[in-house]
Design a protein around this ligand. Structure first.
Ligand code: NDP
Length: 486
């Protein structure tokens, strides 16, 4: 017989005779190893999980499009941004950072905000967060930082002492900690939060002229947050609250959307701006570099299959297109390696060829073989370069824009160590009630810290950002602001 879609088959396509009763020696006898359908079922089941992402494990994703609404071709030659009205398909994934796949959605944590644009010049990944800054600014600190966010190796519990120890010894984290502890630390839904590229990138136009750029996705649903009490209740009642909300909204046609804006900085300003523009713990004031509209992102289609489309989606900040380059941001530089490396480990050497990741434009190169090479592997085409057989060749006009560097190779700290002004600006920007809730959230989070020395060190950071901020946290913890900081 020829099998059709109604026939249950093995993975090799042969019809299955019995999918309910394993083959035994006699009706009560032991199971026979010759029931290869049973063996295949059990063996495949054992292999259903790929390693979960070490960070951003719990996520929800959706398909959509980006439409250009303002002409930015003076700043970038990226083809997908080249004209007003142009639409590019995309896939977006939102995530919590610290929890495991399956952990509760409504926790206090930054949210990942990753977008894969399927452009005509290859994929462009913008792998940001729902906050404009980050806790640290050098990738060399990332594994240590994440260890403090994950489970304690002995107790297998979250460890607030480790969290605040690390933060208090890494004062560059203060700005992000203040955002995290504010109302925006627990978004109401994934639809009601902004997104940011966070790092500084470079845009280059058709003339080869560059500018530094920062991305802001502003939610068109409005910013809404959850109170800690409601969030805690939801985490128990429906750990998948955000995942469900995004899916249901799209399913019923209530399509979430974001307006994309950029801040543009002339290259030469980087040397003189009052904050290091490559330091991801800092923002660029919008008074100095106002937001410029670029376009609109709409999510309009749910994945058909979570594993194939969300779990196997691989984003990397190094997936760039002509007209968009990186900056010397040390956190970004580390991520250029770490993200693709994680995907090679987690999904495999040929992860780019999976349907969710595959560019919609042509892929022509001399890379061959590797585990799970499931396309034609380049067929009979020429497999080395240079060659005399008309193989694909580079296009010099798409080289990354050259830029000058100077200095001595060394391990050097950022020389801008003002960790306090912008965290203080944030505190002062908040309403009276928002400040009260921020302080209450911090006090609750710091109470379980085991060493007073850690609490006092952190209180000094809050105090340096704004004396009222530090004093109120100290009061809440029943401590005094250390004299040396006053
Ligand atoms: P602006 O007044 O020009 O911008 C303030 C920014 O803060 C806006 O992007 C606003 O975005 C955002 N904001 C408003 N309320 C809150 C809140 N409760 N929590 C977090 N963000 C909020 O001032 P500056 O650009 O000089 O920045 C002042 C401070 O604002 C910074 O130190 C930083 O902490 C914070 N901020 C700055 C951003 C930037 O890119 N410059 C981005 C986000 C925050 P919206 O009204 O859309 O929410």
């Amino acid at each position: 017989m020829t099998t059709n879609k109604n026939n249950l088959t093995t993975s090799w396509g042969a019809p299955v005779g019995d999918n309910q009763n394993s083959m035994t020696a006699g009706s009560r006898g032991p199971t026979l190893i010759q029931d290869v359908h049973l063996l295949e079922k059990l063996a495949h089941f054992n292999r259903e999980r790929v390693p979960e992402r070490v960070v951003h494990a719990k996520g929800a994703g959706a398909h959509g499009y980006f439409e250009v609404t303002n002409d930015v071709s003076a700043y970038t030659k990226a083809a997908f941004l080249s004209e007003v009205g142009k639409r590019t398909p995309l896939f977006a994934r939102f995530s919590t950072v610290a929890g495991e796949n399956g952990s509760a959605d409504t926790v206090r944590d930054p949210r990942g905000f990753a977008i894969k644009f399927y452009t005509e010049e290859g994929n462009y990944d913008l792998v940001g967060n729902n906050t404009p800054v980050f806790f640290i600014r050098d990738a060399i600190k990332f594994p240590d930082f994440i260890h403090t966010q994950k489970r304690d190796p002995r107790t297998h519990l979250k460890n607030p002492t480790a969290v605040w120890d690390f933060w208090s010894l890494s004062p560059e984290s203060l700005h992000q900690v203040s955002i995290l502890m504010s109302d925006r630390g627990i978004p109401a839904t994934l639809r009601h939060m902004h997104g940011f590229g966070s790092h500084t990138f470079k845009w280059v136009n058709a003339e080869g002229d560059g500018v530094w750029v920062k991305y802001h996705f502003k939610t068109e649903q409005g910013v809404k947050n959850l109170s800690p009490d409601v969030a805690a209740k939801l985490a128990g009642e429906n750990p998948d609250y955000h995942t469900e909300d995004l899916f249901n909204a799209i399913e019923k046609g209530d399509l979430p959307s974001w307006k994309l804006y950029v801040q543009i900085m002339p290259l030469e300003d980087a040397d003189t701006y009052r904050f290091d523009p490559f330091d991801v713990t800092k923002v660029w004031s919008q008074k100095d570099y106002p937001l410029i509209e670029v376009g609109r992102m709409v999510l309009d289609r749910n994945p058909e299959n979570y594993f194939a489309e969300v779990e196997q989606a691989t984003f990397s900040p190094g997936t760039l297109v002509p007209g968009i380059d990186v900056s010397p941001d040390k956190m970004l530089q580390g991520r250029l390696f770490a993200y693709s490396d994680a995907h090679r480990y987690r999904v495999g050497a040929n992860h780019q060829a999976l349907p969710i990741n595959r560019p919609r434009s042509e892929v022509n190169n001399y890379q061959r073989d590797g585990q799970m090479r499931f396309d034609d592997n380049g067929g009979r085409s020429v497999y080395y370069e240079p060659n005399s057989f008309s193989g694909p060749t580079e296009s010099q006009e798409n080289k990354q824009a050259a830029y000058p560097v100077s200095g001595v190779a060394d391990s050097v700290a950022y020389d801008h160590n003002d960790h306090y002004t912008q965290a203080g600006d944030l505190y002062r920007l908040l309403s009276k009630d928002e400040r009260t809730r921020l302080v209450a959230n911090i006090v609750e989070a710091m109470k379980p810290v085991e060493k007073e020395e850690i609490k006092l060190r952190q209180i000094q950071h809050f105090y340096k950002a704004d004396p009222e901020y530090g004093t109120r946290v100290a009061d809440g913890l029943g401590l005094s602001v250390p004299q040396q900081v006053k």
